[in-house]
Design a binder for this molecule. Structure first.
Ligand code: GLN
Length: 538
């Protein structure tokens, strides 16, 4: 049986539970162990797919088409292990499963209750789809003490009781503040948080203390004493300069060592931290700065384009440059401001998006990049808007648009509700908004000798999708005659996947989201190439 590591958080949110879990996973993996990461989210949405990025940040999409929490993106980027649908669950999903079963009479007349029915379903999730993994790291969203997270904590308590301490480990991440006025590090919030956790039956085995500065031995002793944890298992994590330092920092603090010791295991090989050191060095010390503009609706929210921001940084790592992201709000972008706003920008990126708000600003900016030969990358909605721009201004179809935005436009992007997946026609629906898009990995065939073919060095690729609308293939010849090439197509030749402009240094639109597959230790070729072109632009 796999060993299960449960990660809870206390005191405040946003302490970096995801990053800590991902770093630990990397360290265990690089010592020869097979690891899996999972996230349990206490909110009532069935998945984050319908949530606004303002509420929850980016929706991360897996190979198998799950719309998941953005922490799964951290997991993938740090471990290079692809997550699956079965790696993310929410209270909403748990309840909806249990209620569905109840409606079918599956509980044989019993009263359906949080304990045991909800907690049993959570325990099923924890174990589901695990085969030969050595470790399963399960992160619980939210903070201990939240009403919503109670059933999850209860479920992991039961799980540990059933499978024994030799198979389960509890890690609790807390905040250890530094009070300037008294020049002191305070352990009380940690003590309270652990007290709260113990009151619902969970005694942590390891406490990770997030702090702005190193925690003196005395304070660590205090935490050890009051929280009933061996001193060596009180691990500090001091703010890192870049997230790529996190695996190095946790290794120095011996988190992985204590975890292996707890399970009475030894490393199978020495962990390799050189790649992290190398990229930390580039991110902190690269001399050249490349400004990339992102024009979108959610640019003011830190996590709304998390994978995209990361992928751009990875592209910078590949080119030994620092990428500076210039965020431009599309809503308020006026036509006459575009020139000034893009003045010092070396590349323009229009990311994924939904709905009409802010589209005209994006279209004008694309026109500017096309005409002024500024490197341009359009992702999903960004590619669709590049098609609309080209149709309006080069094909002279003034009313060109997308039926997503305007039912009565000239639809160069039309709603397609059917598509092929592994030879099967999947019927989309307009009824439910959740989980009904074209989601997950789909293949694209790349045209020989096209720019995209040279970038990927492949003739066929698989990338992750998350969209409902498709570029209408009917107009292909018109576009191509004017120099906008459909250089990537679905295998049946029906769905345009990639467009690129001839006679432009770098102008590419993709219907998929390459950012989900970029890794700091393996930057995505499309981002590496985009940053390279931008670096050469000015
Ligand atoms: N709104 C567009 C669609 O659904 C694009 C989606 C996206 O950019 N992810 O097709």
């Amino acid at each position: 049986m796999a060993r299960y590591i449960f990660v809870t958080g206390g005191v405040v949110s946003s302490l970096g539970k995801g990053l800590s879990s991902a770093s630990l996973a990397y360290l265990l993996k690089s010592q020869g162990y097979k690891v899996r990461l999972r996230k349990m989210d206490p909110y009532l949405n069935v998945d984050p797919g319908t949530m606004s990025p303002f509420q929850h940040g980016e929706v991360f999409v897996t190979d198998d088409g799950a719309e998941t929490d953005l922490d799964l993106g951290h997991y993938e980027r740090f471990t290079n292990i692809s997550s699956k649908q079965s790696d993310n669950i929410t209270t909403g999903r748990i309840y909806s499963d249990v209620i569905k079963k109840e409606r079918k009479g599956g509980y044989l007349g019993k009263t359906v209750q949080v304990i045991p029915h909800i907690t049993n379903r959570i325990k099923e999730f924890i174990k589901k789809d695990i085969t030969n993994e050595d470790f399963v790291i399960c992160e619980i969203g939210g903070t201990v003490g939240d009403i919503e997270s109670l059933p999850f904590v209860e479920a992991i308590r039961q799980f540990s009781n059933e499978h024994g301490k030799s198979k389960t480990l509890f890690i609790h991440l807390t905040f250890v503040p530094f009070l300037k006025s008294s020049d002191e590090i305070k352990t009380k919030p940690t003590q309270h948080s652990v007290k709260e956790l113990r009151s619902i039956g969970v005694q942590p085995d390891i406490i990770i203390c997030r702090s702005q500065q190193s925690i003196p031995l005395d304070q660590r002793r205090k935490i050890s004493l009051f929280c009933n944890v061996p001193i060596d298992n009180v691990i500090e994590t001091v703010d890192v300069r870049t997230i790529y330092e996190a695996p190095i920092s946790f290794y120095n603090q011996k988190l992985d060592k204590q975890v292996l010791k707890y399970f009475k295991l030894k490393p199978k090989k020495r962990p390799d931290l050189t790649p992290w050191k190398k990229i930390t060095n580039i991110v902190l010390n690269a001399k050249k700065l490349v400004n990339i503009a992102i024009i979108g609706k959610y640019v003011n929210l830190k996590d709304a384009y998390k994978s995209l921001d990361e992928a751009l940084v990875h592209g910078g790592i590949a080119n030994n440059v620092k990428v500076n992201i210039v965020r431009i709000e599309s809503d308020s972008l006026k036509n006459n401001e575009i020139k000034t706003k893009l003045k010092n920008v070396s590349g323009l990126l229009i990311p994924g998006g939904f709905g009409k708000r802010g589209t005209e600003g994006k279209i004008s900016a694309i026109k500017f990049a096309r005409e002024n030969k500024i490197p341009f990358l359009g992702i999903c909605f960004g590619m669709q808007m590049a098609i609309v721009e080209f149709a309006r201004n080069r094909l002279n179809i003034k009313k060109a648009g997308s039926t997503e935005l305007e039912r009565k436009c000239y639809p160069v992007i039309g709603l397609i509700n059917e598509w092929d997946k592994d030879g099967k026609i999947i019927k989309g629906t307009n009824k439910d908004l959740g989980g009904t898009m074209r989601l997950g990995l789909y293949e694209a065939k790349l045209r020989n000798n096209s720019a995209i073919n040279r970038i990927y060095k492949l003739s066929s690729i698989k990338e992750r999708h998350r969209h409902r609308y498709e570029v209408n293939n009917k107009f292909k010849d018109q576009f191509e005659n004017k120099g906008l090439i459909f250089s990537g197509m679905s295998p049946d030749n029906k769905l345009p996947e990639i467009i690129e402009l001839k006679n432009h240094p770098w102008f590419i639109g993709v219907q998929f989201h390459p950012e989900f597959k970029s890794r700091p230790l393996a930057p995505h070729p499309l981002f590496s190439s985009f940053i390279k072109a931008s670096k050469n632009h000015k």
